[in-house]
Design a protein around this ligand. Structure first.
Ligand code: 5GP
Length: 176
């Protein structure tokens, strides 16, 4: 499959994704059975994963979609990531972030810190994909679908320059 200037080949089939999602939901249903978690899918990339995962979640829960906005700040890296779209109080909430992919883990770390700062009781992460750099740095995510090498992937919600989100399978860039 060609998208703009890049070639991609199938990496994870829809069938495998479906099975993995069922297993992730089974764990969440068991571990949160006495709680009413607030799921926070991070848009845009996690929209398909969140939709399929939440259909398999059978415990009572709330769902609120959020986005990460980056702006130039005054911290040492020059970039500040903050959550937008979050209206409800997080005080005493058990939060489960739904993320598409963890690469360096920097985005996630900032979100987790922000949620704790806003009074969340607990914050866990379910991520469909995790790359090697995040693994090496031990970026904590309780529920992980698939582990990847350091490769660029697309499909099933993930894009390349805005394109390619609308596929059932996940593709990886072929090295040319
Ligand atoms: P991190 O802060 O963990 O380095 O970056 C995470 C974000 O970068 C993800 O939510 C996603 O938007 C983007 N990203 C990281 N790796 C990939 C990839 O292989 N493909 C696509 N489409 N996005 C990626």
């Amino acid at each position: 499959m060609k998208i703009k200037d890049l070639e991609f080949k199938k990496l994870i089939t829809a069938d495998k994704i479906e099975k993995k999602i069922k297993a992730l939901a089974t764990s969440i249903n068991a571990e949160y059975k006495d709680k009413t978690p607030l799921f926070l899918p991070i848009l845009n990339g996690s929209f398909m994963f969140a939709s399929d995962l939440l259909k398999e979640v059978t415990i009572p829960c709330r769902i609120s979609f959020v986005k990460v906005a980056s702006y130039s700040g005054t911290n040492s890296t020059g970039q500040v990531n903050t959550l937008i779209g979050l209206e409800e109080s997080l005080f005493n909430q058990d939060i489960i972030i739904i993320e598409d992919i963890i690469d360096t883990g920097l985005t996630l770390q900032k979100i987790v810190d922000e949620l704790h700062g806003r009074g969340a009781k607990s914050v866990e992460v379910v991520a469909l994909l995790r790359k090697a750099p995040a693994r090496e740095k031990n970026i904590g995510a309780k529920y992980i679908g698939f582990e990847l090498e350091d490769e660029f992937v697309l499909g099933y919600g993930l894009d390349y320059d805005g394109l390619g989100r609308n596929t059932k399978d996940i593709y990886k860039q072929t090295v040319s």
